[in-house]
Design a protein around this ligand. Sequence first.
Ligand SMILES: [Zn+2]
Length: 280
Amino acid sequence: MPSQPTGHHGEKPSETLVRLIVERSLGVRVCCYDNRDGTSKPDAIIHRQGGVPLEIVSDPHKADVRLLSALDKINRRTEFPGLRHGYWVALTHKARVKDLEWLEKLLHQLEDPEQQDQVPSRANGYEFISRQDHLLPGEVRLTSGSGGGRPMPSPTNVVRAACDVLRQPAYADVLRKLAAHGGAERHAVLIVDEEKDFAFDWLREATSEDVSHLSPPELADEITHLWITRRYVPGLTVAWSQATGWQGFDWPGGHPVDELDEWDDPACSEDHKPGAVSAS
Ligand SMILES: [Zn+2]
């Protein structure tokens, strides 16, 4: 097999990140399976039971998509000379990205003891600013965050909102692809945005210990395992199956861009034919 060039097999970064999260959470390889050759197949395969299909459902907020594509144009990072620290900034869709002079000014204010009190912890243009000591002084990583000071939503609403998304006619294809591949386990991952449905804001602050508050999902028969994870900004990923109930996986801590850069994610040489039967 030729080695795969970087760019993670033509996926969107959010899809690659999902495979990384599932691979780490389960401790088994999760390869990119949809090679975009025009045939319909699951997005990824979990290397167990002869190949378990995994479909990635991304239900983006339109404004967030515009923000992310604007950030992609500058590689999601920038540099401001003269700062003493590096930063991670989660922008909102209201942020001005073309000209980041406002952010440069803000970060200098943040480092000035006389002015730092004037910098709010969140504002119209950004969700949070986090000092990152592993970054070089002046190095700034940009990502998307949610907008708006809303109250913490309840864990029941997270599950309900996720099931509502999966029931949309637009995602009937997900069920069809999982059923067509078959096997005892059929996983769906939902990438969520709190700007689209603020119920998902729960995942931002929750930890793996909080999953006991989640109720069982109501899923179509085609889905045996449900994952819910946030877009780009790390938080808690939760996963449900009948056998395990809800499990939580905390993000290990690094910036997603760094984690993806360092991930060994070669092209898979296995065939993964549909209809694999459990070897157990
Ligand atoms: Zn594989």
